[in-house]
Design a protein around this ligand. Structure first.
Ligand SMILES: Cc1cc2nc3c(=O)[nH]c(=O)nc-3n(C[C@H](O)[C@H](O)[C@H](O)COP(=O)(O)OP(=O)(O)OC[C@H]3O[C@@H](n4cnc5c(N)ncnc54)[C@H](O)[C@@H]3O)c2cc1C
Length: 377
């Protein structure tokens, strides 16, 4: 692969930097909803939200290398994430572009880009997590509607989502992979009840979602009946690569470096401690390895190879790195950590980040079986 960016790509990088110099406030009020809406509108005018989505559906029609440069530059300046609907942009929209009807594209894509919709994802169930293909939530066809009965759990953002990207079993008589269907369901549908679950840090970010005879038109089915597994495999690969983007890890690394520069251990600057320096160097090497793995994945996509198993590599790496980074932050802060709510919150949050989108063991299985070709037993 070629690591050099072309003159046109470098010029695009400069354009982004110029835009950020002119428009990004310092500090960034990234908790202010009015600012985030206005920022999204500005980025939409430039067609930078959904940069690589087709222009006819409101995207930028751009290539993947420029999209990577855009994310890198935005992240380096700590600009808010591109777009307001993370799940919509990262996996629901791409799945609709690939498998959706014209009507579904018209209904959902621009809404995601504008941040008018907010998606959640209904895969896991009380007895179904890693072995997702065993899901039981049932949808039965009744004329031109599906009637849904069952339960989802750990559904992030369901308490304020407008839609759910839902996996259901439409045929229990065939092999477990073949009886699954994907539905795009408005959360306002009668028969859906959401119960928030409080997590370790005391916040409710995920939920239980109950379906009690909820009816949705067959027109809300994404892909053919029984083809949900194919839809979800692509969506999961996009979820894993979205979760593990190296640009975000670079930010964590910069934070921890800044912390190490000012931290004092046993009366001496922490950076004089060989162990701290070694750990920081190792982290730096691994973040760079993530960046290069991401670029290799990007090269594959440019060459027409769809996202697949290789996204497990960075997903696994990110989980391990986040854990080590939060441990080192707490260690560097010492008793000061007790007064740093955000750092404590991040440290607790690691337990969730590492599991969402598939646990580390599942990523290891994928790497072993599908990339290294090792036998299953
Ligand atoms: C922060 C967070 C957000 C989430 N958001 C969502 C969401 O929005 N929507 C959604 O549907 N789900 C969501 N989930 C659920 C998540 O997808 C599941 O928790 C995950 O897939 C693991 O499933 P489980 O919890 O049932 O654990 P299990 O599958 O029961 O696994 C338990 C343990 O066994 C190990 N294990 C299981 N099978 C194997 C195997 N074959 N080989 C080796 N080890 C194995 C696992 O690695 C794990 O350590 C979220 C989870 C978290 C933590």
């Amino acid at each position: 692969m070629d690591f050099n960016f072309s003159p046109e790509e470098q010029a695009f990088r400069e354009e982004i930097r110029g835009f950020l110099d002119a428009n990004l406030p310092d500090p960034v009020p990234d908790e202010d909803p009015a600012f985030l809406q206005a920022w999204n509108r500005k980025l939409r005018e430039k067609r930078w939200v959904g940069f690589s989505w087709p222009r006819e559906w409101g995207g930028g029609g751009g290539d993947l290398i420029r999209q990577f440069i855009l994310k890198e530059e935005m992240s380096a300046r700590r600009a808010p994430a591109l777009g307001l609907d993370f799940m919509g942009l990262t996996w629901v929209g791409p799945a609709v572009i690939k498998h959706g009807t014209k009507e579904q594209k018209a209904e959902h894509l621009e809404a995601i880009l504008d941040g008018r919709s907010h998606w959640c994802t209904g895969y896991s169930e009380p007895d179904v997590g890693s072995d997702l293909a065993s899901l039981q939530c049932r949808a039965v066809r009744d004329g031109d509607e599906y009637v849904i009965h069952g339960q989802k759990i750990w559904t992030t953002s369901a308490h304020f989502a407008s839609h759910i990207f839902l996996l259901v079993r439409t045929d229990p008589t065939v092999s477990k992979y073949k009886g699954i269907t994907c539905l795009l369901v408005p959360m306002s549908t009668p028969g859906i009840t959401v119960t928030p679950i409080e997590n370790l840090s005391g916040k409710a970010s995920f939920n239980q979602v109950f379906f009690d005879g909820a009816r949705t038109p067959v027109a809300n089915r994404l892909g053919a009946e029984g083809e949900g597994w194919k839809v979800v495999m692509g969506a999961l690969a996009n979820e894993r690569s979205g979760i593990s983007e190296s640009t975000e890890m670079q930010q964590h690394l910069d934070d921890i470096r800044a912390l190490a520069k000012r931290a004092v251990r046993n009366g001496r600057p922490a950076l004089q401690d060989d162990r701290v320096r070694r750990r920081l160097s190792e982290m730096e090497i691994r973040v760079e390895a993530m960046r290069l793995t991401g670029l290799r994945h990007l090269t594959d996509q440019i060459n027409g190879k769809p996202s697949g198993s290789e996204t497990a590599i960075n997903k696994l790496q990110r989980g391990i790195l986040e854990f080590e980074m939060s441990e080192l932050s707490l260690e560097l802060l010492g008793s000061e950590a007790l007064h740093q709510g955000e750092i404590q919150h991040d440290a607790l949050g690691w337990h969730g980040t590492v599991i969402g989108g598939g646990s580390p063991n599942i990523q290891r299985n994928i790497i072993a079986e599908r990339i290294l070709g090792l036998p299953k037993d």
